[in-house]
Write a protein that binds this ligand. Structure first.
Ligand SMILES: Cc1cc2nc3c(=O)[nH]c(=O)nc-3n(C[C@H](O)[C@H](O)[C@H](O)COP(=O)(O)O)c2cc1C
Length: 176
């Protein structure tokens, strides 16, 4: 199947996740393009979609939201998966005993579940390099390190691979 992995990444860590998902789908025999959401020229040419973006201040990045808005009918009519990257740290459970990844779903996903009926949605741990922050994000570098935004690369490649392999397996069952 021809699969588009469309992503929106501010500092590059989500792009890395998108590239990795693309590689896994290719390994499973699919024909895959990995493109920034704003660079996608002909989405109609793909049979299936994986759309992913980083979460900032509880929102999926605007570029990805725009991509979904512009391609709403297409995404709703073909197999589509959504992912977000964001939470930082290694713990799956927070101090209150809540599931960190479930709690980090971007606000938009609830609506997308209703409107697009994606085959799956997923949240992956992200990465943060305080020294690399730009503009107003730099406010974080003036704050003492806190539990919510610890610095480091927390991307869980095993979880990413497992999810991508499940997507690939489901695509393999689709009629060509
Ligand atoms: C200013 C700022 C706000 C953030 N807000 C959130 C948030 O609301 N939820 C979340 O899960 N992660 C949040 N993060 C973490 C980022 O989503 C994480 O660093 C992500 O991996 C960045 O992806 P990128 O490198 O593709 O831009 C925030 C990070 C920064 C710097």
């Amino acid at each position: 199947m021809r699969v588009l992995v469309a992503y929106s990444s501010k500092y590059g860590s989500t792009r890395g996740i998108a590239d990795r998902i693309g590689e896994r789908l290719r390994l499973a025999g699919h024909e895959v393009d990995v493109e920034r959401c704003d660079d996608v020229e002909y989405p109609e040419g793909f049979d299936a979609f994986v759309v992913g973006a980083a979460t900032y201040m509880f929102n999926w990045r605007k570029e990805a939201r725009r991509f979904v808005r512009h391609n709403h009918e297409l995404l709703a009519s073909r197999p589509t998966w959504l992912f977000a990257s964001g939470p930082l740290g290694t713990s799956r459970i927070d101090k209150e005993g809540n599931d960190v990844l479930a709690g980090a779903q971007p606000r938009q996903f609830a609506d997308y579940e209703e409107e697009l009926h994606p085959r799956g949605t997923m949240v992956f741990f992200g990465a943060l390099d305080i020294d690399g922050l730009r503009g107003s994000d730099r406010i974080l570098s003036w704050m003492p390190e806190n539990d919510a935004l610890p610095e480091g690369d927390f991307r869980d490649w095993d979880a990413i691979d497992a999810w991508a392999d499940a997507v690939a397996a489901e695509l393999a069952t689709q009629p060509a």
